[in-house]
Design a protein around this ligand. Structure first.
Ligand code: GTP
Ligand code: MG
Ligand code: ZN
Length: 266
């Protein structure tokens, strides 16, 4: 990239997904304005963010899942959920997982339960993301590269193992790669992460706005209600009915984090 285009200390001068112009020496001379950008994973101009976890090995983690979901709403990118390795679960475990993710229906978020080993659910997903640009994000070891190898034209991505000791991924994918899909559209493989950051939300109102399933129940007595200690709160009234307790608990957890670690420091 031409030095003149680079802002100092900026990680997003040019990212995977950018539309660019380049000269004969292949140096990038122009980066076009972006339709969108997300920082975890760092990609731009995408139609969907697939949030991919494995059911087991490593075990599904609703806390980290919720953080990724919050990021996709913060950056205004449509999330699609993929749960891989479902062949490792018995019926009981599967039912439990589906219950945990039931709240996504209300938010009109598609969930695909798949297994790349047993070729379960791949075609449906393929159909859904056809002709779109889709980035895959999620923890290391979830099987992102394994899945993308099935969707793209050539099997070129390296596949890792999960550690026998703690069943964590081994951070096999190091870079972010955009690849054409067999039937049209593009997929982006990204490195898995071990830690996930909360997005830079600035106020409680903004935070509540990222929980889109709250919208339907905002019949709160006070128009500036943040659904915590206020009486006659539409959200709290719906707990365990329209609003899932675990999502509300996650909301409280975020609120506590932001008010203790961020908002008082601005
Ligand atoms: N049991 C099972 N294992 C799978 C499945 N799909 C992938 N794996 C295994 O999961 C491990 C991790 O797969 P990767 O595709 O490297 O995972 P990744 O998400 O790309 O990991 P990073 O690149 O580290 O972020 C490998 O050992 C795969 O063989 C599946 O459907 N079932
Ligand atoms: Mg990978
Ligand atoms: Zn309220």
């Amino acid at each position: 990239m031409r030095g003149i285009l680079k802002k100092k200390n900026s990680k997003d001068n040019c990212v995977t997904g950018d539309l660019v112009e380049f000269g004969e020496d292949k140096a990038i001379t122009k980066v076009y304005p972006r339709q969108n950008i997300i920082h975890r994973p760092l990609v731009s101009n995408i139609d969907y963010l697939v949030i991919q976890f494995s059911a087991l090995d490593p075990k599904f983690d609703i806390g980290r899942f919720n953080i990724l979901l919050l990021n996709s709403f913060y950056y205004n990118i449509k999330p699609v959920v993929v749960i891989n390795k479902i062949e490792l679960m018995d019926d009981e475990e599967m039912k439990e997982l589906e219950e945990q993710l039931n709240f996504l229906k209300k938010m009109e978020i598609e969930v695909f339960y798949i297994s790349t080993y047993k070729s379960i659910g791949i075609e449906k997903l393929e159909e859904y993301i056809k002709d779109k640009i889709t980035a895959f994000g999620g923890p290391s070891g979830a099987g992102k590269s394994s899945l993308i190898n099935m969707l793209q034209e050539e099997k070129v991505l390296e596949i890792g193992e999960t550690s026998k000791k703690n069943s964590r991924g081994k951070h096999t994918t190091k870079g972010t790669t955009l690849l054409p899909m067999k039937n049209g559209g593009w997929v982006i493989d990204t490195p898995g992460f071990s830690s996930i950051e909360l997005p830079p939300v600035e106020t409680a109102e903004e935070l509540a706005g990222l929980f889109t399933e709250f919208n339907e129940y905002k019949t709160c007595k006070y128009s500036n209600c943040i659904h915590i200690n206020e009486p006659e709160c539409g959200i709290k009234n719906e707990l365990n009915h329209g609003i899932s307790q675990s999502r509300y608990d996650f909301y409280l957890w975020c609120y506590k984090f932001y008010s203790e670690e961020r908002w008082n420091k601005y």
